[in-house]
Design a protein around this ligand. Structure first.
Ligand SMILES: NC(=O)c1ccc[n+]([C@@H]2O[C@H](COP(=O)([O-])OP(=O)(O)OC[C@H]3O[C@@H](n4cnc5c(N)ncnc54)[C@H](O)[C@@H]3O)[C@@H](O)[C@H]2O)c1
Ligand SMILES: O=C(O)[C@H](O)COP(=O)(O)O
Length: 526
């Protein structure tokens, strides 16, 4: 696995990648043109916030399987483009939040107390505190926009200053507000009117871009102080500058001025603006965390394992992931068999989870089934990221249902694949902690331990058929590992499932198909 890193990550992260078996190139001074030229050679790309990972880059990146964002915000990465191509995007959402929250508090105090301005005077040998009277935090109200990871950390820290905390975040439930001891404001304008200090902690999205602008400043409490340690563009800079000039805004603390990574923002010219150059995550601790975590995520994704922080996949907590892992293997196995037995286009996939599996977060298992289903027939790369998109684009309806109990098994996954003329059904279970078993195909019951090479055939249930199969496979030099027969006695039909030690040639398959009583026989590769 060949990994390109275009922005600095911690040495510990680089070491981790090498330990994981990656060949790593760190090229932090590539021009855009150079990046577009070299990207074709890499399986993974690791970036921070300055590298634009967009359509232009994807078109050149023919080998790219994983984009690792060594950090939190993914607004520099075109997610739809990645998903359409089956490229997994992973990030490290938790690794730098404490550092970002602490810098927020730092900017807040620095701007409320004019620390940088006083510092500059004194360093210039001028002992003068005139005109720079600060504001105490105790008893003031802070308005937080976006009560996610960083917003919450900021809230709990500011409480210790004796501040009242109000927040606007329509997507956070009442319990979380209550647990954090934060008062909800239903409308942004109410928060603006009340807050002595505003701090924003939303991601940059279509909805949040420019969400604090002219209108919002018009309704703001006079003398409000504004902090942005999230993303440039969330607060409209022109409107902010106007509000500073009109003395609506008393001071600003900003880590993400417009124009990044160039120092071009007009805010830099204003005395009551305290700035840092996107340094929120720049601590030893955060960078070590970020580096090691992204190395693990990228290596896992390249090995085809589930990386816990895949941005374009359903999010699972580590514990959830470990309990669904074995079902992912089962799901892929069940999915993979259909197109190796049937040639009919799929119209609908019904997935039924029964027993213990029904208690789990099953969205990822359903993706595994779809991945398995499309893999044998599609040239495109199919993976967990694009499997459901591929189903949708091909007009395949996918439904999921759950039943808490099931006869005979503790846990059972049944996949019904419906085409124009028939319904194919296959079920599997987990024995013990980690043994995948196929227990039903089209109503025939088995207990098959799936193997890389299998033969699945249907025959008339009469003496001699199985014996001839064994003989002809011997002639074809295929060693049978296991064999099971499921029977429908009233129909006089049976289904054989054999596992073999090697592939079965087309010639041998034709001989097998010629045995009297054999209705069909297929070689299945898992
Ligand atoms: N300065 C830095 O170095 C630095 C470091 C880390 C993260 N960040 C940035 O900080 C921001 C917050 O990160 P996080 O990890 O807390 O994110 P998060 O996803 O945990 O929280 C974001 C919160 O914003 C809320 N939100 C979304 N749309 C909203 C809207 N229209 N109105 C109000 N609330 C809305 C969400 O419900 C969520 O609770 C992101 O922009 C991230 O990129 C900056
Ligand atoms: O989103 C993030 O993780 C922070 O904004 C840090 O960005 P950086 O990795 O470019 O410092």
């Amino acid at each position: 696995m060949h990994v390109l890193i275009t922005e600095p990550i911690a040495q510990k992260g680089l070491e981790k990648l090498v330990q994981e078996g990656a060949k790593v190139d760190v090229k932090t001074d590539l021009s855009r043109k150079e990046l577009l030229e070299v990207i074709r050679d890499y399986d993974a790309l690791i970036v921070r916030s300055n590298t634009k990972v967009n359509e232009e880059l994807y078109q050149k990146a023919t080998r790219l399987k994983v984009v690792g964002r060594a950090g939190n915000g993914v607004d520099n990465i075109d997610m739809d483009g990645a998903t359409n191509r089956g490229i997994i995007v992973v990030n490290t959402p938790e690794s730098n939040v404490v550092s970002a929250a602490e810098l927020t508090i730092g900017l807040l105090i620095a701007s409320c107390r004019n620390i940088p301005q006083l510092h500059t005077r004194l360093k210039g040998k001028v002992w003068d505190r005139s005109g720079l009277k600060g504001m105490e935090l105790q008893g003031k109200t802070v308005g937080i926009v976006g009560l996610g990871r960083i917003g919450s950390l900021v809230a709990t820290r500011l409480k210790s200053f004796g501040m009242k905390i109000v927040a606007y975040d329509p997507y956070v439930n009442e319990t979380r507000f209550k647990n954090l001891g934060v008062e909800r404001r239903e409308k942004l304008e109410d928060l603006m009117a009340e807050a002595d200090i505003l701090t924003i902690h939303t991601p940059k999205t279509k909805e949040t871009y420019g969400m604090i602008g002219k209108e919002q400043f018009k309704g703001a409490k006079k003398g409000i102080r504004v902090i942005n340690c999230a993303r440039a563009g969330l607060i409209n800079e022109e409107a902010l500058i106007e509000a500073i000039k009109e003395k609506i805004v008393a001071s600003v603390g900003i880590d993400v001025p417009d124009g990044e990574p160039q120092a071009t923002s007009p805010l830099l010219e204003l005395d009551n603006v305290v700035v840092t150059p996107h340094a929120g995550a720049d601590t030893v601790e955060a960078q070590d965390n970020v580096g090691v975590t992204i190395a693990q995520e990228v290596a896992a994704a390249l090995r085809g394992e589930m990386a816990p922080n895949s941005v374009n996949l359903p999010t699972l907590q580590a514990q959830e992931l470990s309990s669904v892992k074995i079902y992912l293997k089962l799901g892929e196995t069940l999915g993979k068999i259909y197109y190796q037995l049937e040639k009919e286009a799929v119209e609908k996939v019904e997935i039924i989870y029964r027993g213990e599996v029904a208690e789990l977060e099953t969205s990822m298992i359903s993706l595994a089934i779809l991945k398995g289903l499309f893999e044998p027939v599609l040239k495109e790369r199919v993976n967990y990221v694009n499997a459901s998109l591929i189903a949708k684009n091909r007009g395949v309806v996918v439904t999921e249902s759950k039943e808490s109990t099931v006869d005979n098994y503790l846990t059972l996954v049944t996949v019904k694949i419906i085409s124009k003329n028939k319904t194919f059904s296959i079920s599997g279970t987990i024995f013990g902690k980690a043994e995948v078993r196929i227990v039903e195909i089209n109503g025939y019951e088995f207990d098959v331990h799936p193997a890389p090479y299998m033969l699945i055939g249907e025959n008339i249930d009469k003496p001699g058929v199985i014996g001839q199969m064994g003989t002809l496979l011997g002639v074809g030099k295929v060693n049978i590992a296991t064999m099971q027969v499921g029977r429908k006695i009233s129909d006089k039909r049976a289904m054989m499932v054999l596992t073999a030690d090697s592939e079965v040639s087309q010639e041998t398959l034709e001989f097998l198909g010629g045995i009297e009583g054999i209705l069909r026989v297929h070689f299945v590769k898992l």
